[in-house]
Design a protein around this ligand. Structure first.
Ligand code: 5GP
Ligand code: ZN
Length: 112
């Protein structure tokens, strides 16, 4: 299920443009608009939920699918020497978009 007032749902629906690098029926991967590394991609499930603890059966299956699909997508997009995955969860982590997303950072040697 997608939400009407979520920026990532709007990107999934094509209502807001994005630089897509991968898409299938379960997930979308696009470039972060304010990259924090040479390569900075965002992987989102095509279903709206904010936190890992809110994932239901279907979202859990999609999350697992995404984690196993990401290595191939990362390598095809300049992260063939390693990359970092980040999932911000809530306020203390500075989560700003409340649609669960996996940051994929790489393309260079990353400072912590
Ligand atoms: P968070 O802080 O919630 O983990 O990450 C949200 C990320 O989404 C940020 O890195 C931010 O730059 C990115 N972002 C926010 N709005 C947009 C947008 O409209 N398009 C794209 N491509 N990225 C966005
Ligand atoms: Zn959403």
């Amino acid at each position: 299920m997608l939400s009407n007032d979520c920026i990532f749902c709007k990107i999934i629906k094509g209502e807001i443009p994005s630089a897509k690098v991968y898409e299938d029926d379960k997930m979308l991967v696009f470039r972060d608009i304010e990259p924090k590394a040479k390569v900075h991609l965002l992987a989102v499930a095509k279903t709206h939920f904010k936190l890992l603890e809110e994932a239901d059966g279907n979202s859990k299956d999609i999350l697992s699918y995404m984690l196993f699909k990401i290595p191939e997508i990362a390598k095809q997009n300049g992260c063939d020497n390693g990359y970092r995955l980040i999932i911000n969860q809530g306020d203390d982590a500075g989560q700003t978009v409340f649609h669960l997303h996996i940051h994929i950072l790489g393309g260079e040697n990353l400072p912590w």
